[in-house]
Design a protein around this ligand. Sequence first.
Ligand SMILES: [Zn+2]
Length: 146
Amino acid sequence: MAVRLNKHLTEANLKALKDKLLSDAERIRHNFAQKKSEYESSTVTGAKDEVDAANDNILLSADMRFSNRESLYFKKVMKSLDRIETEHYGMCDECGEAITFQRLMARPTADICILCKEESEREEAQNFFERKSKSLGREMTVSGHA
Ligand SMILES: [Zn+2]
């Protein structure tokens, strides 16, 4: 398979995007390290058995949700950095077109172009509206005024 290359991105563009991705990765690493040390300092008192550890885990679940989101993003950042190295960064996974530099600066982990993104959002909105109008249909016709 030929390497797809986003011809619209200059070396400087790529450098800027790479810096952004690296600083995001660094920020997340830092957050994780901080959370880890907070957790360790809070559990340092006394030997814990598995039940206590489980309770700690429940208390940590809010943190975990945050961490899951962050680690998901971290994976995306790593994937994007990887793609920069293999030179097919900035190409849309859906239609294969180049993603604009503006979009990539706003969202350096973007792997679909704005058109495909809008398309999928329109579909989502459509589905949402259909679901909503099914459950609220009656209410909407009653209160609906043009
Ligand atoms: Zn696309």
